[in-house]
Design a binder for this molecule. Sequence first.
Ligand SMILES: *Cc1c(COP(=O)(O)O)cnc(C)c1O
Length: 318
Amino acid sequence: MAAEIKPKLGGETKMKTGLIWFNGHTVPQEEAKVSVLTHAMHYGTSVFEGIRAYETPKGPAVFRLSEHVERFFHSAKVMMFEMPFTPEQVSEGILSVIRENGYKSCYIRPLAWMGATSLGVNPLPNNPAEVMVAAWEWGTYLGDEAVRKGAKLITSSWARFPANVMPGKAKVGGNYVNSALARIEAQQAGADEALLLDKEGFVAEGSGENLFFFKGKVLYAIEHSVNLMGITRDSVMAVARDLGYEVREVRATRDQLYMADEMFMVGTAAEVTPVSYLDHRAIGKGTAGEHTLKLRVAYLEAAQGRNPKYDAWLTYVR
Ligand SMILES: *Cc1c(COP(=O)(O)O)cnc(C)c1O
């Protein structure tokens, strides 16, 4: 006898986020719902940001809010979204989500997407974007162990897409099919994260992180080329220069990384995460590197309002 098949009803969410800013109003998570005919769900036509707020001695503060909101609107521009809100309104939405949920520190996810007005591939011209901001309390992205011992990476068989294939400077939803495939492959191989190469075989980035390595005391940042221009990358380069490190931007190969003394990944979610192994080869001593950890501490001091020099990077939540 065939077992009874119970239809699985969608919409059940394991994630708890509390209040969400949804098209201009803060509503309980249960009320922030969209149609299954949402264009973005069919074709990846969404843009998003990943932002963090940290607990500082003067209360919660958002790290580099204006740069994130600016990139959000640039991503929307690439997709020709008609945004129904101004950058100021989205910034205020971000602050209100933190305030109204009472978070001390959190990860913030603004998202804009093409809604359910048409299912032709071309969403224009009658599909103004919808916008939401959710936030949740979130620790280290790759786990505390990865931060302490260094993450293990493998080079993915999925390459980072060339600039004439996908808009890699924009955080567009559809781009992350590439990231998800690489990340799944890494996990299946027992690694913490994937390293993607560009189509010429040079090092591109992680599935959601920019990459750096040290040779002696010289810090090498993997150049932008096809990569997302990370705000953490920019912050880490500034902090490293202030600490007296020489910083160079390079196009590197994977064997160059095998020969590095230290390696690490950066991103809003990953912050500064040391890399101990790449493709089963120990990087340096196969642990979290000394200079990397120094940069991690300095970066977090800046983000957590413990170094007045970087106060201009913080927007306090009042
Ligand atoms: C978001 C992201 C990064 C990191 O950018 P940050 O601005 O530092 O958060 C790096 N690479 C990709 C593909 C990303 O999506």
